[in-house]
Design a protein around this ligand. Sequence first.
Ligand code: HPA
Ligand code: ZN
Length: 326
Amino acid sequence: ERLVDLLRTAPKAELHIHIEGSLEPELIFALSQRNGIAIPYASVDELRRAYAFSNLQSFLDIYYAGASVLITEQDFYDMAWAYLLKAQADHVIHTEIFFDPQTHTARGVAMKTVIDGLYRACQDAQAKLGVSASLILCFLRHLSEEDAFATLEDALPHRDQFIGVGLDSSELGHPPEKFARVFARCRELGLHLVAHAGEEGPPEYIWSALDVLKVERIDHGVQSTHDAALMKRLAAERIPLTVCPLSNQKLCVFPNLADHNLGRLLDAGLCATVNSDDPAYFGGYMNDNFLQTFAATGLTAQHAYTLMRNSFEASFLAPAAKRAML
Ligand code: HPA
Ligand code: ZN
């Protein structure tokens, strides 16, 4: 019907996608053979059957295991290219892609290999698909701030190949304050700043992501509805939340998609957006997120327009490029 067509074909921006979370089981198996790296699953089907999660950590364990097959520059290119084709099919015309270098450098893969492969795919996306794509380097919050600083040093020769930094992995027990100094340094370097906060963690982590890390966007942020003062601030300052409905459903942040608070966030005037997070693991890319969420929650065409507009407003595109896409 008309709302479904609108959701499918509307030009949109994606702002919360972990490229390692776009690695489909078929590509994991292909790369495991190409690189001679064993994985503890006998088949694509067996791997896919393991994708039953109870919380964030149960997902992260299998997500890091899947990423272990990535070795060469071409592997990183192939992973990103596969995602960018899906993005194009879903009418994503701009995407800001997270990557987790520590997952790779800890295994002996060079920073240059990771960034060059991903960056080449982003350049080809603009030239061959008409999709604008940039990269955001994420620090793993279960590791130390010292490790994050070393990762930043390692990445600085590639400063022109990524636009910002983020903070992901296990949230509970790893509050934003742990990374105050490394984010301050990134801010001095003129990098854009984002952080996962309020996915499983409390509203206090959203406050400190804003006030201590000084991030420009909050990734997830769905726990903000438990804090009225925070909701007021997020709305007043138009601080974007990159919401990931299918992720929240699969990681049991909400019992059912129908219980998702996206409608509440939008109706409270927050700049919420819809994103896929880890589409190979959570059952769908951008349009799957839009279609399933709208079907389950009864959001309207007006909400759809607001979400599309929010996605460009919340992006790190230059103001002129933003206006051109709006
Ligand atoms: N949360 C935290 N870390 C992650 C996620 C997520 O949803 N996806 C990949 N790394
Ligand atoms: Zn995420």
